[in-house]
Design a protein around this ligand. Sequence first.
Ligand code: TMP
Length: 208
Amino acid sequence: MTAGRFITLEGGEGAGKSTQAARLADELGRRGLEVLVTREPGGSEGAEAVRGLLLGGEVARWSPHSETLLFAAARADHVEKKIRPAIEAGIWVISDRFVDSTRAYQGAQGIDDAAILALHGFGSKGLLPDRTLVLEIGQDEGASRAATRDAGALDRFQSRGPDFHAAVAAGFRGIAEREPERVRLVDASGDAEAVTARLLAELADLLV
Ligand code: TMP
């Protein structure tokens, strides 16, 4: 049996990742592929429990170091219980966020990229996606979309200021520059259909 592929969607708040994950799954399904959509933090029973710890409470609840370890632990469980078995069964896995979110969000708080990748090597055997699509949207548009979606209830990350979110966006762009084969920046403005078409274009070489 041929192994499935592993695709991740990344980006800042309100970029439309979950909408696009569902749309992409429909498109791939239409091409006869079996698809699993998942998300981080979370995706497996243990990792969803860690999600509650990470997103709830005060901004200062976790230090950047503790937070990085919790994301890595949740990811290790998600990879072992859900992602790897699916890929091995020939399923295409689409994850709404993965290790590049840790590199961007915890990196923006001063955590060293090499340390994040070392933890990922230990926890998740260094699994990297076949393709990572970073949805880029203007910060104001993203913040207002996220606020509408969440009806004003902000999690520990959304409640940070614009400088933090600008650093996160710069982090994603830096990863794309350094790893252009795997990581693609995609314009996420405009209507959902047009964005899905742009995402599919960035997957064309995997779909032949
Ligand atoms: P979500 O809003 O996409 O559900 O993601 C939850 C928040 O968690 C989001 O603000 C980004 C943050 N996050 C990190 O800081 N590091 C990570 O590794 C992941 C997966 C998410």
